[in-house]
Design a protein around this ligand. Structure first.
Ligand SMILES: *Cc1c(COP(=O)(O)O)cnc(C)c1O
Length: 363
């Protein structure tokens, strides 16, 4: 509808509503995780809208993402949840960005510069990603004290790796992770560390920590699920629709093949539509001969392989004209989570992959 070949429509008020539902349920501070361009929804627009609604805690993955937010007027805490290269450390100070301390070596490196970095120490309570292992509480305490003395210690955190699973074994594991986190915090209570955080979207709804006073909210804020089978105690709604158009339609005769590799062969007379989006727009190629789009509310199956910039769908029996709108993802019966399930991935990846080539329109 005059929006070009493929575009996303993001309802910022839905993101705010999701945030608020979660916040009310959490009963503590909630940091908005807007890494990866706000999970593909547009970090600047999303963060500005959240800030207008009183949000003052933001998390990103890279220094570039952090600077983009600062330069667009985002105030309050911006925390980088990952690694920042040595040669960019100066920018942390210049832009007043908070940095995760990923290891003892990294802490020492920051301290050696003699500069007052704001830091959140990452504890590894069992995920085996970044962070200091928590086998030895004395060791953890020693590093935290060292940072407290030489840097600006703004937070200590950990990340849970199975909080979206409801099996007994995984619940036990999550409780163990939280217990380790709390045990470390017990040792450093005298420091009055402002932010102690161990909860992501899922865990904030299902678990309790004695010390955690802030939840890091990502996927649920966008209205998608950490796990498609998870039942939530709050109402959320997807914020993003991804659309494209039919550029032309054509008849295909029995026996003809469609697209690269001739992977689809027409068994009868059919009519197809060409959609103006492809894997360079982030439309996953694994959807080839498997996924579908919605046109005027009706399913049209993908026929043949998804190309870089286009793909073909079966519109036999559907009244379709060039210029008609196609829903690649909607907010009801074919969300990013539904698409993800078809190709064995998660909604997170589907929305993160929507490329820069796809303009975002904000409602
Ligand atoms: C991405 C991320 C989050 C957000 O996780 P969701 O499942 O999207 O809520 C929280 N904490 C850390 C450390 C992360 O990397």
């Amino acid at each position: 509808m005059g929006n070009g070949r493929s575009w996303a429509e993001v309802d910022l008020q839905v993101i705010v509503n999701n945030y608020k539902s979660y916040y009310q349920y959490s009963n503590c501070d909630v940091m908005a995780v807007v890494k990866a361009n706000a999970y593909g929804h547009g970090a600047v627009a999303v963060s500005k809208k959240l800030q207008e609604n009183g949000v003052h805690l933001f998390a990103v993955a890279t220094i570039e993402e952090a600077i983009e937010l600062r330069e667009s007027g985002i105030e309050g805490v911006i925390l980088i949840l990952g690694y920042t290269p040595l040669e960019q450390l100066d920018q942390l100070i210049r832009y007043d960005i908070s940095q995760s301390v990923i290891s003892e070596e990294y802490a020492q490196m920051l301290i050696n510069t003699g500069k007052p970095y704001k830091v959140h120490i990452a504890l590894d309570t069992g995920m085996n990603r970044i962070g200091i292992k928590t086998y030895d509480l004395d060791y953890c305490e020693k590093i935290i004290r060292k940072c407290f003395e030489s840097l600006i210690l703004e937070g200590v955190f950990t990340h849970l790796c199975v909080a979206d699973s409801t099996t007994k074994d995984n619940e036990n594991f999550t409780n163990k992770q939280i217990h380790k986190f709390d045990s470390v915090i017990d040792r450093v209570q005298d420091m009055k560390i402002p932010y102690k955080h161990c909860m992501n979207s899922a865990s904030g709804l299902f678990y309790k920590s004695r010390h955690s006073n802030m939840n890091r909210l990502g996927i649920l804020m966008y209205g998608l699920l950490p796990d498609i089978d998870l039942h939530l105690p709050i109402d959320i709604k997807p914020a993003l629709k991804w659309k494209s158009i039919i550029t032309m339609t054509k008849d295909v005769l029995p026996g003809e093949t469609i697209g690269y590799g001739r992977s689809y062969k027409a068994s009868g007379n059919m009519r197809i539509g060409i959609v103006a989006a492809g894997y360079a727009d982030g439309y996953n190629r694994l959807l080839s001969n498997k996924g579908y789009v919605l046109i005027h509310g009706r399913k049209a199956s993908i026929v043949g392989r998804v190309c870089m910039d286009q793909f073909m769908v079966d519109i036999t029996g559907i009244e379709v004209n060039p210029g008609d709108e196609v829903e690649l993802i909607n907010d009801t019966n074919f969300t990013a989570d539904n698409m993800a399930k078809l190709i064995g991935t998660i909604g997170y990846e589907v929305v993160c992959n929507i490329s820069q080539r796809v303009p975002k329109y904000y409602l």
